[in-house]
Structures are given as C-alpha cells and as structure tokens.
Write a protein that binds this ligand. Structure first.
Ligand code: S3P
Length: 166
C-alpha cells in the first residue's frame, strides 16, 4: 500500500483519525509532530520559542523524508503543506487525504489549547491563518473528507472506502 498522508488544519483530527486508520488497515503509523518532539526531546512550543518557526519547519521536512514509502498512515502537522517540496514528497509516495473541518468546530475544540504556537493568538489572526491555509489544503488533496458532524469511526470508514477503491 502507498502511504496515506492526512493533512488539515490544527484540531481537524489528523492524529486520532491516523491512529485509528492505521489499526484498521494494519499498517504503520507515523505522526510527524510527535517524531520531531521525540528526536529533539522538546515540545513544539519550545522549539518555536527557542529556535523559531523556520527551525521547526526544517525538522518537520526532515522527518517527512525519513518515513518509509509504503504501508504507513502519516498524520502531518497543519503547516506541512506550506513547503512545496513537502507536498511533492507526499504526492510521490502516497495519497493525500484532507480532513476538512470548519473554523467553528476547530475553535470549539482548541478553546483551551496552549500547545500550538500558531493557534495561541487572537481570533482574527486564527481566522486569517485558517482562510490562508484553505486553498493550500484544497489544491494538494487527492481526497477530501468533510469531518464536521461525523464520528471518528465514520471518518475512518470514509477514508478507508476511498483507499480500497483506488
Ligand atoms: C502547525 C500545526 C501543528 C504543529 C505546529 C504548527 C501549523 O500540528 O505542527 O504547531 O502550522 O498549522 P497540528 O496540526 O497537529 O496541530
């Protein structure tokens, strides 16, 4: 099986869906954020504050390139698609699945979240980032799954149905 890359905004459920999907498909699971944190033994928030976003972006790109090309479900960080080479890498080695979640749902889920430096800003900036990212997610997705009002099991089943019919 080619890799399955889950993309989408922060809080769209990439990690929960990815873990569950990998169990359903009986394949490996990689979370690029978790891989960066484990390698550098720092939280993402600490990497951002001590080294800046650009350092995080280069660590993230390295992790992406270290993933085997087959049999992995990969949950990516919400900004991985900012780098065109990352998008190319994902396209070359797998299928890109966009988990599309509304701003309202995300806002509700991440209300008390302080672990994401790019979310930890005022509502206007959050909304602006969300809008800016939409076109990027849409333009690189092979498959889009709308997640609002769907359960985790429903989302996993929907992704799976697309994958098996490929
Ligand atoms: C980011 C999303 C985060 C993490 C970092 C930057 C982004 O991942 O990679 O804080 O730029 O959207 P999640 O999408 O898993 O929250």
């Amino acid at each position: 099986m080619k890799n399955i890359y889950l993309i989408g905004f922060m809080g769209s459920g990439k990690s929960s869906v990815g873990r569950c999907l990998s169990v359903t498909l009986n394949c490996n699971y990689v979370d690029t954020d978790a891989a960066v944190e484990a390698k550098y033994n720092k939280t993402i928030a600490t990497i951002f504050s001590e080294e800046g976003e650009s350092a995080f972006r280069s660590y993230e790109s390295v992790e992406l390139r270290e993933i085997p090309y087959n049999n992995c479900v990969v949950s990516t960080g919400g900004g991985i698609i900012k780098n065109h080479n990352n998008v190319e890498q994902m396209k070359d080695t797998g299928i890109i699945v966009y988990l599309a979640t509304s701003f309202e749902k995300i806002d509700n889920r991440l209300k008390t979240d302080l672990s994401r430096p790019l979310w930890n800003q005022n509502k206007q900036k959050q909304k602006q980032l969300f809008e800016e990212r939409l076109d990027l997610y849409r333009s690189c997705a092979d498959i889009t799954v709308l997640t609002d009002d769907k359960s985790l099991d429903d989302i996993v089943a929907e992704v799976r149905s697309y994958i098996v019919s490929e």
